[in-house]
Design a protein around this ligand. Structure first.
Ligand code: GTP
Ligand code: MG
Length: 174
């Protein structure tokens, strides 16, 4: 912005998509409340939370987060939540190749039906379960790169990379 320091207040609609059980709701709970619930219940329909972060240039970004339900029976509802979203966070579980395939399905769906300028992030969650890893980190990196997405591995359990995920998204907003 030509070196002019003009703090802005942005409001951003963000949708989380991904297979049931990959940890979408746990990621949101960690980001918004700093907590982890090992007994997290499956999401029904979708749930809404918001959280504001401040960037270094004193811009604030208010994320309006739609945490969708990953169970197949709710798949038809997804367009209600990703339509008009500025950001889509597609989550898989690094211990589950099936969830990685499902993530790729959601990316294609977003490419077909999402906003043309949508910012997309690919997230490999449960990075604390290294001994059970079945999706190599390089597979996530490669897929994200081919599809113009930001990629990160996170753990909602340990909080690893959760704030970084949202900060990196904020930096990539148009
Ligand atoms: P749906 O609402 O059905 O779409 O599932 P979801 O993606 O919201 O999954 P949820 O956040 O409810 O997490 C499912 C379970 O995975 C939780 O009860 C946790 O036990 C576990 N879990 C979530 N995140 C992590 C993580 O980072 N590490 C580990 N080890 N377990 C996690
Ligand atoms: Mg959920």
């Amino acid at each position: 912005n030509g070196g002019v320091n003009d703090p802005k207040n942005l409001r951003v609609k963000l949708v989380l998509l991904g297979d049931s059980g990959v940890g979408k709701s746990c990621i949101v709970l960690r980001f918004v409340r700093g907590q982890f619930d090992p007994t997290s219940k499956v999401t029904v329909g979708a749930s809404f939370l918001s959280q504001t972060i401040a960037l270094q240039d004193s811009t604030t970004v208010k994320f309006e987060i739609w945490d969708t339900a990953g169970q197949e029976r709710y798949a038809a509802l997804a367009p209600l939540y990703y339509r008009g979203a500025a950001v889509a966070v597609v989550v898989y579980d690094i211990t589950s190749p099936e969830s990685f395939s499902k993530a790729q399905y959601w990316v294609k769906e977003l490419q077909k039906h999402g906003s043309p300028d949508i910012v997309m992030a690919l997230v490999g969650n449960k990075a604390d379960l290294q001994e059970k890893r079945e999706v190599p980190v390089q597979d996530g990196i490669d897929y994200a790169e081919r599809n113009g997405m930001f990629f990160i591995e996170t753990s909602a359990k340990t909080a690893d990379n959760i704030n970084q995920l949202f900060e990196e998204i904020a930096k990539r907003l148009p």
